[in-house]
Design a protein around this ligand. Sequence first.
Ligand SMILES: C[S@@+](CC[C@H](N)C(=O)[O-])C[C@H]1O[C@@H](n2cnc3c(N)ncnc32)[C@H](O)[C@@H]1O
Length: 310
Amino acid sequence: MTDAGRYTAMQHDHYENSDVPSEHVVGHYAWHEEFPYETLLLHDHGDLRYPVLPPERRRRALDFGCGPGRMIPRMAKFFDQVDGVDIAPRLLADARAVVPASTQLWATNGDDLGEAPQEAYDLVYCTVSFHHIAVWDVRMQILRHMQAALRPGGVVTLQLGYRDAYPWVPVPHATYWTDAPMAGTPRRRLAARALERLGVQTLTSEGGRTTGFYRADPAETALQLMRKDHQHASWRDNPYDATSTNSGMDATISAETLPQVAEDFRSVFGNFTCWFYDVSLAFADLRGASHPSDHWHTHWIFLHARRPAD
Ligand SMILES: C[S@@+](CC[C@H](N)C(=O)[O-])C[C@H]1O[C@@H](n2cnc3c(N)ncnc32)[C@H](O)[C@@H]1O
């Protein structure tokens, strides 16, 4: 089995052989149901004046990682037909109960679009699914399949999470720190002294891999200790041995890695654009629940590309 195959087998097991009711696979389901996905998937920068497809091009769409089919009836209001693909047949079976009769559903291998036809779609979209694939090689393979599934002139809009420092997240109690990127600089010595005064324990890097660093605020009067944990993969990481998915380990996008995302989309589609939606305040109150605000993404980011017309 290849490394990528090992990862997708773990994903398949996670989604298919779980006791979690399919609706709960979509965390905060009710919140997502109130989110204006149609506006953000179908309009450049979510601006209603700039639809990504003219009305006559809203023929057939494909929902990647459709799960229990939550978005398919919503998008079917705009398209003649909306199909779905997902790694988990049990979720597709639940989707069948809520999607229109015309919808075709296919199970995938985890790195493809299953039996979905090529050059057939005006839009391929995803909501809260692509970032759950932590391995870059797998995501790139899926992007190539998406490109092949589009009609000439067709578009993709994919939702992921963004936070400026991802995959680095703040350390809650400042007891975990290494500083390889800053090694030897006056800033590092300054930081080390400040940390000593704070009684902070500093650790060396693990196996030569940097596992944390400090971040000074713009005035350099405070130090924020950051670490990369098991829940966050950088855009181009390949954590083949991840043991969890669906927020167990997610692919992240940050200010530093967004140029890599652009480069990767351009390598597949020849073009790229993206837009943001700030959720940093909304996540403090998700209908009574909350996402830890200093850990979760601050924005949804919608990645968009077009297959050039022939
Ligand atoms: C959080 S659920 C979102 C479901 C749906 N898109 C929604 O917005 O309600 C994530 C979905 O992504 C699917 N998924 C995760 N990894 C996948 C992969 N490698 N290939 C296809 N589907 C995948 C899961 O099976 C699951 O249904």
